[in-house]
Design a binder for this molecule. Sequence first.
Ligand code: FES
Length: 98
Amino acid sequence: MKVVIRRSADKGGGEQTFEIADAPGETIVELLELIRRQHDPSLAFYYSCRNGLCGTCMMLVNGKPALACLQKIPSRLDGPLTIEPLPGKQLVSDLVVL
Ligand code: FES
């Protein structure tokens, strides 16, 4: 699976592509944890409750707002999976917004 993540200027900006052999777990948060653990420890994202209650993990997944703790990794994709910070918010770093 190809995962394209928009990086913030402090991490070089632009999009970064990660090749993930096997999707870990089921959710976008689990995927991001694997990318940070195995590919890039500098990847910034934030979550808290992991239950869909706090909203801190909201981001764009394939262009649509989603709670990353609940959003399932799509089983079939025509292209890469894209993950971007939520627009219209103050960007802190990578996928973290205020
Ligand atoms: S971590 Fe709280 S809604 Fe996702």
